[in-house]
Design a protein around this ligand. Structure first.
Ligand code: ATP
Ligand code: MG
Length: 415
């Protein structure tokens, strides 16, 4: 017996249905906002993530599934989607298509972190990236699209927190101020933070252990006039879009590439794994990865966590509408034709095994959750008909001719 790996799981019904529902809601919303799908590889060159996500981030430093493949290449399973999208944008000159470079992706991400409820080593993200638009309208559109998507999927009770990390200039000044502050309280920092504040002081504020307490006491970043205006306009437009949000000046994100707007969507319903989605603007990333100067903004949503939030919502009934039962080999052939015709008319249909006894087939019909059993016994076979037995209303049974059966069943199902 070979089990699955820790942190890697099988998605079984009904949870797999939940994932499909969330993805369908996402595709619908993306269509409304002009986003097109990109399918990017799960495996990339390791340096793609080191250079973009950042070498001092937890994701790259501790959580990445990186290895040398059989050909001696340093590769890594993608821990997030943005680097792959940016690589594809550059590699295929997507800035030249004449259409907005608005892309979404849906797929598995891989991080070797400690598995627990809402935290897995393989998990699904739905992400959106808008490359090429520096304006606050792009930020506001991206965030409001995420909020609409969560609403569409049926998620309630989420809160949006936003902040601005400023541009490279604002950050350069802040880096020194923050570094001074952190050096002053080094003994209160956890070991990993102590060793990386010189390389990346901002990272300490996003530390899982003492980040929140630090962020509260640390000096705040002050924005240059252009960044302040950008942040103000973004907020105004979020208001126009009817998005409720809170400014949290302690919010920093765990990735290196963010500039200006960053945000997180949280819920109180998931305990410590409370982040449902997060994202922000990354104006310098495309250029730093060897592409054209292309300001961008995006986010990623954790589908596993959204599915947890929706677990107790009634799922649409995906039981077959009809269950076909046949009494003999000959009746089985008619039954098979009937199923084919029903499905062609959009009526879901299932069966067990026409070679089993009628009693056994009827037991399966009862368990299937179908509305009607359609039975072709010896009498029905002779009459070119089938018996329609309601599995919901006891004693409700009638005969209908096989020809025209799909329309008759449709009427009975009121579809
Ligand atoms: P967290 O603070 O929970 O570790 P994160 O900041 O690492 O989240 P991001 O990299 O911003 O997460 O990814 C966006 C979303 O992906 C998160 O808000 C979360 O919903 C989901 N996510 C991240 N890591 C995992 C994981 N290991 N298992 C399940 N979902 C995850
Ligand atoms: Mg994390």
């Amino acid at each position: 017996m070979i089990n699955s790996l820790r942190g890697f799981r099988d998605l079984l019904p009904p949870e797999s249905d939940l994932f499909a529902r969330i993805e369908a809601a996402a595709r619908e919303v993306f269509g409304l906002y002009g986003y097109q799908e990109l399918r990017i590889p799960a495996l990339e060159k390791k340096e793609l993530f080191v250079k973009s996500t950042g070498g001092t981030t937890d994701i790259v430093e501790k959580e990445m599934y990186a290895f040398t493949d059989g050909g001696g290449r340093e590769v890594a399973m993608r821990p997030e989607g943005t680097p792959g999208v940016v690589r594809a944008y550059i590699e295929h000159n997507l800035g030249q298509t004449g259409r907005n470079a608005k892309y979404f992706y849906i797929g598995g991400m891989y991080r070797a972190e400690r598995p627990q409820a809402g935290r897995y080593r393989e998990f699904t993200q739905i992400g959106a990236e808008y490359i090429g638009n520096p304006s606050p309208a792009a930020d506001a559109e991206s965030i409001s699209m995420l909020v609409r998507l969560l609403e569409k999927a049926g998620v309630e009770g989420c809160s949006v927190e936003i902040n601005s990390l400023g541009c490279g200039e604002c950050r350069k000044a802040y880096r020194e101020i923050l570094l001074g502050h952190l050096r002053g309280c080094q003994e209160t920092l956890c070991e990993p933070c102590r060793s990386r504040i010189e390389r990346n002081p901002l990272r300490a504020l996003d530390c899982k252990t003492d980040g929140p307490a630090l962020a509260e006491k640390a000096p705040k970043l002050s924005l240059c006039p252009a960044c302040a205006e950008h942040f103000g306009s973004t907020q105004k437009l979020l208001g126009t879009a009817g998005v409720a949000y809170k400014v949290n000046t302690s919010l920093v994100r765990g990735l290196d590439y963010y500039t200006r707007t960053v945000f997180e969507v949280r819920t109180t319903a998931l305990g410590s794994q409370d982040a449902v989605a997060a994202g922000g603007r990354y104006d310098d990333l495309v250029k730093s990865m060897g592409g054209p100067a292309a300001p961008a903004t995006g986010w990623a949503m954790g589908v596993d966590r959204v599915a947890m939030l929706l677990k107790d919502k009634p799922a649409p009934d995906n039981a077959p509408k009809t269950f076909i039962v046949a009494a003999s080999k000959e009746a089985g052939e008619k039954a098979f034709a009937l199923m084919t015709a029903l499905r062609a008319e959009g009526i879901s249909s299932d069966f067990s095994n026409f070679e089993l006894s009628l009693r056994s087939q009827m037991r399966s019909a009862d368990k299937s959750g179908a509305c009607f059993a359609l039975i072709i016994g010896e009498d029905e076979l002779k009459a070119g008909a089938c018996a329609v037995k309601s599995l919901k209303v006891p004693g409700d049974q009638k005969m209908i001719p096989l020809s025209g059966a799909p329309s008759a069943i449709k009427r009975l199902l009121k579809v």
